[in-house]
Write a protein that binds this ligand. Sequence first.
Ligand code: MN
Length: 203
Amino acid sequence: MLPPTGYTNRMNDANQLNAYHHKRDPNRTPEPFGNAAQADGPMFVIQQHDATNMHWDLRLQAEGVLKSWAVPKGPSTDPREKRLAVPTEDHPLDYADFEGVIPEEEYGGGRVIVWDRGVYHDLKGDAAGEEIADAIAGGHVKVWLEGDKLAGGYVLTRMRGDDQWLLIKLEDEGADRRRNPARTQPQSVLSGHTVQSIGGDAP
Ligand code: MN
């Protein structure tokens, strides 16, 4: 008899976050270390991260963690735009609430805000019964986002090796060639802060 769904994933959680934990000292960074369950999943979050190089971290809940990609130019609503997305280490689920200032000397140091957040639907899984984790492993992810700033279908496609993916908006009602939310909507959906104001006075 096979174990119930979720059993294997749960057992793997500790190992999956090894890279995350290895890079961080809980005494030195305000980032979360737990893995609190979320009620409304599966969720996505995009955190704008003003580090050495500005980027937007796209994270999808899968297998009990947040699968993560760093998008240097941020997500686009224009289907003609192909945005580079570089995979980064799995993050704990409660990272989805994190915004604040990571000390500059720590891994990933810089300012973080929750730029957008919501639930997603796995478009491939809905059609074929495939798990989102399988889609990620296979290098082709197709999701429907329901965020405050981003809505509709997005594709994530692995290009060369393991470290170059592309994030592309699909043609649907959420597509808009004139919007540029990464530039024109810089406020956190949680606090109203920007990466410039986070850690300072109220927005
Ligand atoms: Mn980052």
